[in-house]
Design a protein around this ligand. Structure first.
Ligand SMILES: NC(=O)C1=CN([C@@H]2O[C@H](COP(=O)(O)OP(=O)(O)OC[C@H]3O[C@@H](n4cnc5c(N)ncnc54)[C@H](O)[C@@H]3O)[C@@H](O)[C@H]2O)C=CC1
Ligand SMILES: O=C([O-])CC(=O)C(=O)O
Length: 255
């Protein structure tokens, strides 16, 4: 599978390092684009790939493009990818809680035949959420704890910085709570979200609680943060690579 990457920050660097370290031959990282060209060049050098100055330059040479840039990139660049029939893996999932954006991407993908993939990101349990949503879900909530630095707030004590629906959370904290969007898209319900800035935590911690006619479950993910960007958890990049491996393998374990 020939891949391009848009956004060459923490997630992209973790993906590249993982693919190189584990010598995953089926995933060929070919093209890199970032509005900061030096970041694209760095990853291109590591992989013998190509850094492009205009994103369109990668369109003819890829089967799938990984978006690991920003919600803005999903709105501005991803429609052009999908309309050309190229598959896309989206990390900045929060953008899809904007109904206009989501409807447009789904419509374009139906017309062009492109697939849109959304990895589980930095939370575990989306498999359970999807299965549970076949019945009736009575409650779905996410409690996220991150350091004040990660959340971009100043506080010396533990503080709830957001309480509300996931569709609002992704607007107020666009680079911190894409996991809430994944949860909402998987369940079809605008999940309840609480974000806590906690000076005592060194991890990004996400608790998911789901109650429904299936019963009840709770998952806790205590994530190691990326060195390049402490807002972002290493697991998010690992989940993107896992999804690419699933797409290029003949056996699939789990839902
Ligand atoms: N789905 C999930 O579970 C998670 C999603 N994310 C999201 O994934 C995305 C990437 O995360 P990181 O790698 O940690 O961010 P980062 O800030 O380390 O890197 C993002 C890179 O994208 C580039 N960029 C941003 N907008 C761009 C645009 N419109 N055109 C070209 N380049 C652009 C920036 O220059 C930067 O180099 C973010 O939107 C983040 O919020 C992060 C963690 C978990
Ligand atoms: O990486 C994480 O722990 C979560 C995150 O930043 C996001 O969902 O945007």
């Amino acid at each position: 599978m020939r891949c391009g990457i848009i956004g060459c920050g923490a997630i992209a660097n973790t993906i590249v390092n993982l693919v190189l370290k584990q010598d995953i031959k089926k995933i060929k990282l070919k093209y890199f684009y970032d509005r900061n060209f030096r970041k694209a060049k760095k990853l291109a050098n590591l992989t013998n790939g190509t850094a492009v100055k205009k994103v369109e330059e990668m369109f003819n040479g890829v089967d799938l493009i990984i978006e690991s840039a920003s919600q803005e990139a999903v709105k501005e660049i991803v429609p052009n990818i999908i309309s050309r029939g190229i598959d896309v893996l989206i990390m900045s999932v929060g953008a899809l809680l904007d109904e206009k954006v989501r409807r447009r991407l789904i419509k374009e993908s139906r017309e062009s035949g492109a697939n849109i993939y959304i990895p589980s990101g930095a939370i575990i349990g989306l498999d359970g959420v999807k299965a549970a949503s076949l019945g009736k879900i009575k409650e779905i909530k996410l409690i996220t704890r991150k350091s004040p630095t990660s959340l971009g707030v100043k506080t010396k004590k533990k503080e709830v910085v957001f309480k509300g629906k996931s569709s609002e959370a992704v607007k107020k904290f666009p680079v911190n709570i894409n996991v809430a969007a994944a949860l909402s898209l998987a369940s079809g319900i605008d999940a309840d979200v609480k974000i806590i800035a906690d000076p005592e935590v060194e991890h990004n911690i996400h608790e998911v609680h789901v109650k429904g006619d299936f019963g009840e479950f709770k998952s806790i993910t205590k994530n190691t943060v990326c060195e390049l960007n402490p807002k972002t958890s290493v697991l998010a990049a690992y989940s993107a690579v896992t999804l690419l491996k699933i797409l290029s393998d003949n056996i699939r374990v789990g839902t």
